[in-house]
Design a protein around this ligand. Structure first.
Ligand code: UDX
Length: 429
């Protein structure tokens, strides 16, 4: 089918590219001309494993095109996906101005029936607003349908998640667009759940809030584990083997960050509040998440006593593994707190150093992870990159003035670290 994706951020670019890979003809639109030029020239504005290769392959095959013109995108396809940012406002509510702008642009360019699909994460009832807006601004007065089709992509695994989804949610206001939506997703071999549009919009916020809740639950358990000498990894395995609970998203650590969970949680609390419900459970999820970082910083201070003029090596800057994204990264937050205590930092991340440089200044960026410990008083693991498990621990121990390692991601075995002579402090163990 012919599809247009408006917005080439993480979600839009992955969506457009994977649709092209599945055989559809795709036009990706972005108002940022520089970005469009980078993509046209074969460059990539973001790091996402496997994406660059797929973009190149599908551009070469003539199935994937880029343009900065919304009218061109609207004209070329019958189905238009909206994948623009929905950033948080200062009060936690969602800024829908990009969505509104795009709805007006689409309306202005429509001359025949279109299916307008929202992929961005939006508050429940946004679909109705999009429909009203299109109706108001569509000069040609043609028919259209608005659909909600939320994304469930994890950064770092976005291509994999898109190509092999657990489920595809399609929220509609009328049955008319259902057949086309099913056809679009047919190559992906996933259950398509067709719902009313309000339910589809809610599913997105409800899913992310539940996952955040799961993380806060294990982080709260990590506190109890530390107080009792239990091991949170054993507890996670023990409860996770119950199929009703599941082992995934039970990694205790520095708390969740990134551009989705914190924002979606605040938004969902705000949406509930506007509907007259005080979602105290989710407020507690936020509180536990914030406290988790406070406790880790305290752990470092309790051991090191004074950080002024000490040098700390930090491994990890991205908000999680497999991404160069540092937005609301717990690792960056941790670095800034250590700096505030007067520590000098030597930092490394396999992918995120370039992006980190814009927000984390006054630190030494180190290219080789095995060189970070040189001249440091302690080492900190802040992101769960799998390559950190390959760290040359003997070399690190020799390079540190004292063999102290704070592991915010529980990457190493307790007995092994003891054997190697480390003072090793992790989370919930
Ligand atoms: C999330 C959702 O998983 C995805 O479905 C949604 O569409 C967008 O938001 P993402 O933000 O890319 O994806 O990352 P995710 O892998 O979910 O991790 C989010 C944060 O939680 C990270 O900071 C990660 O380190 C943390 N996390 C995750 C934990 O602390 N423990 C866990 O067990 C899992």
């Amino acid at each position: 089918m012919k599809l247009t994706i408006i917005g080439t951020g993480y979600v839009g670019l992955v969506t457009g590219t994977c649709f092209a890979e599945a055989g559809h003809r795709v036009v990706c639109v972005d108002s940022n001309e520089d970005k469009v030029n980078v993509l046209k020239a074969g460059g990539m504005p973001i790091y996402e494993p496997g994406l660059a290769e797929l973009v190149r392959k599908n551009v070469a095959a003539g199935r994937l095109h880029f343009t900065s013109s919304t009218p061109e995108g609207v004209e070329k396809s019958d189905v238009i996906f909206i994948a623009v940012p929905t950033p948080p406002l200062p009060d936690g509510a969602v800024d829908l101005s990009f969505i509104e702008r795009v709805a007006r642009d689409i309306a202005g360019a429509m001359t025949s029936y279109k299916i307008v699909v929202d992929k961005s994460t939006v508050p429940v009832k946004t679909g109705d607003k999009v429909a009203e807006t299109i109706k108001r601004y569509c000069k040609a007065k043609v028919e259209f349908d608005v659909v909600s089709n939320p994304e469930f992509l994890r950064e770092g695994f976005a291509v994999e998640d898109f190509m092999k989804p657990d489920r595809v949610v399609v929220g509609v206001r009328t049955p008319r667009p259902v057949a086309a939506m099913k056809q679009i997703y047919e190559p992906f071999d996933a259950p398509v759940l067709v719902t009313d549009i309000n339910s589809a919009e809610l599913i997105k916020h409800a899913a992310n809030s539940f996952l955040a809740l799961k993380i806060s639950y294990i982080n709260a358990l990590s506190v109890v584990c530390e107080a009792t000498g239990a091991n949170v990894l054993e507890v996670a395995n023990g409860i996770g083997l119950d199929a009703r609970i599941g082992r995934r998203f039970l990694e205790a650590g520095l708390g969740f960050g990134g551009s989705c969970f914190p924002k979606d949680l605040s938004a969902f609390i705000k949406i509930a509040e506007q509907l007259g419900y005080d979602f105290r459970l989710l407020k507690e999820v936020q509180r536990i998440n914030a406290e988790q970082m406070d406790r880790f910083v305290k752990k470092i201070l309790d051991t090191m006593w004074v950080l002024k003029d000490k040098t700390i090596g930090v491994l990890g800057l991205a908000f999680k593994q497999n991404t160069d994204d540092v937005r609301l990264s717990p690792a960056i937050d941790l670095c800034q707190r250590l700096q505030k205590e007067g520590a000098k930092l030597r930092v490394h991340d396999p992918q995120a150093m370039e992006k980190a440089k814009a927000i984390l200044t006054g630190v030494t960026y180190v290219e080789d992870m095995n060189a970070v410990a040189e001249g440091c008083d302690a080492l900190v693991i802040a992101t769960e990159w799998p390559e950190f498990k390959q760290l040359d621990l003997e070399k690190a121990r020799a390079a540190l003035t004292h063999p102290i390692l704070f592991d915010g991601r529980n990457l190493f075995d307790l007995a092994e670290m003891e054997q190697l002579g480390f003072i090793y402090k992790s989370v919930g163990r």
